[in-house]
Write a protein that binds this ligand. Structure first.
Ligand SMILES: C[S@@+](CC[C@H](N)C(=O)[O-])C[C@H]1O[C@@H](n2cnc3c(N)ncnc32)[C@H](O)[C@@H]1O
Ligand SMILES: Nc1nc2[nH]cc(C(=O)O)c2c(=O)[nH]1
Ligand code: SF4
Ligand SMILES: [Mg+2]
Length: 214
């Protein structure tokens, strides 16, 4: 099965519990949502068709054990489950970044699925699939990208609905870049005595002038 690939690059993981580690990124083309803040609109359409074997070979060339499949929306391509399977079989630690609107069990539970729960200001709150909550394993991660106070209150409520087996360090609160200052979100988390991880997009701090390939 072929894949439509927007970019493959090697960078510092900027998000998730793996932030700071070198990581190979496979960014797939196309998304079924249109979040108001999306920083990756260039992946909605642009891309080239590659075979699964050629993607795995490109990844191998970087010599890095951590790999992330992102997009766009990776679960929106029918070739993604087999790509994930091939990378797992090859022994990589595999992260799959997904928007939470599609069944996360489309990919193997050995992946760490980093699942967004879309907040109101994204404009895509209605797209969240509530059935995903019970599919989460302790190896997965849940992420709220927060643009305003209403989003924070929504996220705080949703945290109380997450499976108890998901540890707090795997619950990520991230400010929408350019929209919500990180210190404000930090204060809200501290004042609420919330068990969650504040996460800022590390790659935007390291490479503020680069939009792609980092
Ligand atoms: C570009 S998306 C690709 C994966 C998938 N479509 C999703 O939304 O999870 C990767 C991550 O970047 C986050 N993101 C996109 N634009 C952002 C922004 N302006 N500020 C902070 N995070 C953003 C998304 O919420 C998501 O967690
Ligand atoms: N460095 C870096 N880390 C990331 N973590 C998740 C990303 C994504 O766009 O999904 C991303 C990205 O685009 N760059
Ligand atoms: S789901 Fe992800 S890629 Fe799609 S619009 Fe939202 S943030 Fe962008
Ligand atoms: Mg990104």
């Amino acid at each position: 099965m072929n894949l439509k690939v927007n970019e493959i690059f090697y960078s510092i993981q900027g998000e998730s519990v793996h932030a700071g580690l070198p990581c190979v990124f496979v960014r797939l083309t196309g998304c079924n949502l249109r979040c108001s803040y999306c920083d990756t609109r260039y992946a909605f359409h642009d891309g080239r068709t590659m075979s699964r074997a050629s993607v795995v070979e490109r990844v191998r060339q970087y010599g890095c054990s951590l790999v992330e499949i992102t997009g766009g929306e990776p679960l929106n391509q029918s070739g993604t489950p087999a790509l994930a399977g091939a990378l797992l079989e090859a022994g990589y630690t595999l992260l799959v970044e997904t928007n939470g609107s599609l069944d996360i069990d489309r990919v193997d539970r050995r992946c760490s699925r980093i699942m967004d729960i879309k907040c109101p200001s994204s404009g895509e709150e209605a797209s969240n699939d509530p059935a995903n909550l019970k599919r989460l394993t302790p190896n997965d991660q849940v992420k709220f990208v927060i643009g305003d106070r209403k989003d924070f209150l929504f996220a705080r409520h949703m945290v109380s609905r997450l499976p108890a087996s998901l540890p707090p360090e795997r619950v990520l609160f991230s400010p929408v870049s350019g929209r919500l200052p990180a210190d404000r979100l930090a204060r809200w988390i501290l004042d609420a005595r919330l068990g969650a991880r504040l996460q800022v997009q590390l790659h935007r701090l390291i490479w503020p002038d680069r939009e792609r390939g980092v």
